[in-house]
Design a protein around this ligand. Sequence first.
Ligand code: SF4
Ligand code: SF4
Ligand code: SF4
Length: 510
Amino acid sequence: MAKSIVTQPRSDKKSEHNDPISSSIRLREPRQSGMAKHFVTTDPGIDLTENRFFGRFLKKSLRNRKFQFFLILPNQIIFWIVIATGIFGVSDPGRNFGPAITWYLWFALVFVLMAVIGRAWCAMCPFGGFGEWIQRRTLFQRTQKSLGLGKKLPESWAGHGLLISSIVFVILTFLEEFFNIAGPGVPIATSIMVLSIVAFATLSFLLFERRTFCRYLCPLSSVIATAGAMGSVAGFRTKDRNVCLSCKTKDCMRGGEDGFGCPWYTWPGSADSNAFCGLCSECYKSCPSDNIGLFVQKPLTSVIAPTRRRFDIGISVAILFGLVLYQQYNALGWYGSVDDWLNSQINFPHYPNPIAYLGGIALAVGAIWLGVLGIQKLGGLRTIVGQKTSWFVAFAYAIIPITGMDYFARQLPKLLKHVVRVPSAVVSPLGINLGIYKVHLLTDPRIVTVQVGVMGLGTALTLWSTYRIAKTDIQLNASRPKLALAGAMGFALVICVAASVLYMPMHAAS
Ligand code: SF4
Ligand code: SF4
Ligand code: SF4
């Protein structure tokens, strides 16, 4: 039996990255002796690189250093066209390619990728891709020297994990609402927003090492890590941990001849969710023992099964749920007068009132926290054995599906009413009028039906996740397990129904 195995720290507050071998990875005793599969409940099982139909092709593609470059390149080209057309194109946002593709198609598409796959967008993202090309001084080659200062994010920041990303997302959304960027408003506003993110990302890549930006700072990272937990791609992981035990080089983390060390500070031997694998395939290229595979898992596995639930993910889910709820009730008829009144009290120029915005998010987080406290009292819940995090975090994981689906449902009016404007905007500079500018794919009542259907699916998935999480943890840690289970299921149902019902009076508001 091996004496020890390498794993990431269990605590969220411990060193998040620093030197990937010496400080971010700690030694601890294995939970099972002689096990080749080390994820136990989270072992995804199916390695796509071993698939008998396309495994060989996949292996060859993943070994190719141009693999990720060709994933990023099309999006990189589109994003620079978005920026250019937003600045130089026509002033009507619906007829301008930049805002049209960004807000009528891209945002909804990213949510589908998250829900179905996980961090698929991150594998092809132009923000991270652009910064990384500059940092590595190459488009795809394995270089040894990087450009920039290569600093580590201070531990006092890194210890907060995804919480920083969530805060950046909240700030960005406020600015987007304030300037009516995603409305969409004037096309140049979309260009400025995209350029600002590119500039923020590039500066971060030049200041900090690896993908510090993606792991901690990117406004989309917390959304993708949380909603992406529903996805079926577990990520790149080690095939046999026993091989890793005798591995002296740890090239997957340090970098080897053919690949960089993991840019996301993830050791593929200890990942128990898909939250921090950016699917870049560097570990696949660098492992000298061919001990890395690309694994798929059942949907919701990263919601239900992580052996180490993280506080930063839990609090991010609660914040993101509060934010999307705010975006729902701010579309209701009465909200405008409340916002106006609040603005008149603090002399704030116009919607959105910052107190209502931040207060609304805080209220939702507080309500979830109070609800979980009630379940704890009701069921006599003790500290969760084997988890250092609280019941609040466990419940927050359970509501990941309704939160993700809520964001997707909120995008549906733009997608289903206006997506045909994208091909119109593509061909209109050539003087071609497709005559479909005003075509809606669905009428408003039908869009509401689809939204409620999406939320219904989110509700079913949330109830299933709540049941699975509660069943495992409550049975072990409650003095009145039946009451606790009923309380958790009831509270989850209340949250889901409240968010779903809101779509009816919203009347498919964009
Ligand atoms: S974390 Fe953000 S910047 Fe990084 S790859 Fe994902 S979406 Fe792109
Ligand atoms: S380089 Fe390969 S064998 Fe070594 S620790 Fe990483 S995955 Fe395991
Ligand atoms: S190096 Fe491997 S574990 Fe790290 S982000 Fe890339 S694919 Fe995922």
